[in-house]
Design a protein. Structure first.
Length: 184
């Protein structure tokens, strides 16, 4: 059974009230969703919250939900959207905070991330955190979610050329960051 047919069956069973089917969907995609959320937010706790929120929203909208493509792609797009909203909320808080000492900071040195990742993944994660969010999101959706540039453009309401440019500029910036680090 192909993944799309399997996912359609799982969604169908979820609509019929199967908790086991929902658990299967969660178990099947939680790793990919969490990896994307961590890459976009640089905070394991916030990433877990985003993944949780996506599944809650998925369950709440399940009655009207119609799977027309890849369930994984759909869920990854939802995670990216929730992460984007969370980043915007953090930026609003940062700009509205009058005392810089009270500002919320990103927790890129989360101990559980550092211990879970090998040294190369840690360097890559730190380099990714230095990219503008838009570039980071396109890179992760393309590489991690294996979404096409057309699908990314549609999900983000941007042109295909903009999606490709963000990807290309992001990769160039990553190369620069990692090469500068290697020269140290």
């Amino acid at each position: 059974m192909g993944p799309i047919i399997e996912d359609k069956l799982l969604v169908f069973r979820c609509k019929r009230g199967s908790k086991e089917a929902l658990t299967q969907i969660y178990e099947k995609y939680k790793r990919d969703l969490l990896l994307l959320a961590v890459a976009l937010l640089n905070d394991v706790s916030a990433a877990e919250d985003v993944v949780h929120d996506v599944f809650v929203s998925f369950v709440e909208a399940l009655e009207k939900f119609r799977l027309t493509g890849s369930l994984k792609g759909y869920l990854l797009t939802c995670v990216a959207n929730h992460a984007r909203n969370k980043n915007k909320a953090i930026q609003r808080q940062l700009t509205s905070t009058s005392n810089p000492g009270e500002a919320i900071t990103e927790n890129s040195d989360e101990p559980s991330v550092l211990t879970a990742c090998n040294e190369q993944l840690q360097r890559l994660s730190e380099a990714m955190a230095q990219l503008p969010y838009e570039q980071r999101e396109v890179i992760m959706l393309h590489l991690q979610a294996t979404m096409t540039f057309n699908a990314i453009a549609k999900a983000q309401a941007i042109s295909v050329n903009t999606a490709k440019s963000r990807y290309r500029y992001g990769l160039e910036r990553l190369r620069t960051i990692l090469n500068e680090e290697a020269e140290k």
